[in-house]
Design a protein around this ligand. Sequence first.
Ligand SMILES: Nc1nc2c(c(=O)[nH]1)N[C@H]1C(S)=C(S)[C@@H](COP(=O)(O)O)O[C@H]1N2
Ligand SMILES: [Mo]
Length: 262
Amino acid sequence: MKRFLKNLVTKTNKLPVDEQISKRTFISFLFFGAIQATGIVAFLKLKNQPLDGGLRGGIQEPLRKGLNINEKIFGSSFSHGKLAKEYPVSEAVKEARVNGDVGVGDDFEAGDWKLYVTRNAGDMLNITLDEIRRLPKTEVIYNFKCIEGWSEISWWGGVRFSDFMEHFKLSTEAASQYVGLMTPDEEYYVGIDMPSAMHAQTILCYEHNGKPLPASHGYPLRLIIPVKYGIKSIKRIGSMYFDNEKPSDYWAERGYDYYSGL
Ligand SMILES: Nc1nc2c(c(=O)[nH]1)N[C@H]1C(S)=C(S)[C@@H](COP(=O)(O)O)O[C@H]1N2
Ligand SMILES: [Mo]
């Protein structure tokens, strides 16, 4: 191929000018054609790659590999003490937008609710809302960002995840790399890297605008994690567990970045 092109070029240089021009046009046609073909072949190759793990949907494996590299680089980029910007109450919306209702259906007895925490030893704590409300309260007013492209400043109150862990003596668990959270029906679930969970603005939230959390926003208890996109702020938490492997994550299984950090 190389020799063929070289010959073509040398021969062309010996031709009269007008013929040189048309030959050169022909050569560049070959050259750009080859570039285009390479692109098409690469695209078809990618299109035919198997999809990555997820049950429903997913993305092509080479793309997933790229994402995994991004995750390694950006994974806990926000966890090193940097705070999300906070705002005065006057800037918070009166009624936060409701988005996403997976795992928050009507077949739910709020009165029976308890938070089930599986400890690393295998036993389980059942914690009532009253017990959680008695812990020191932390409020956060921040710009809540949904991956779909909207954001709004909203006001939330609850107990710091780190205070909760300390109060219930979950220090062994806090040494795990991840915490997994699920709705009571296990339809929605997230995995959070421990540094982000232990971040000073991450709360187990039971209040919105100074009042009990409305059902639509995840009553009785939700996560508010300002260092991540909204997908990680799971509503209506039913259970919690700890792991050194990434816990299953509803939106990561559908192709979104596992860490979804901001
Ligand atoms: N249980 C549950 N939690 C969820 C969701 C969901 O579908 N189910 N959606 C997430 C998404 S995509 C966003 S943007 C926020 C929205 O929270 P809000 O309805 O309180 O505004 O909840 C997150 N938590
Ligand atoms: Mo979202």
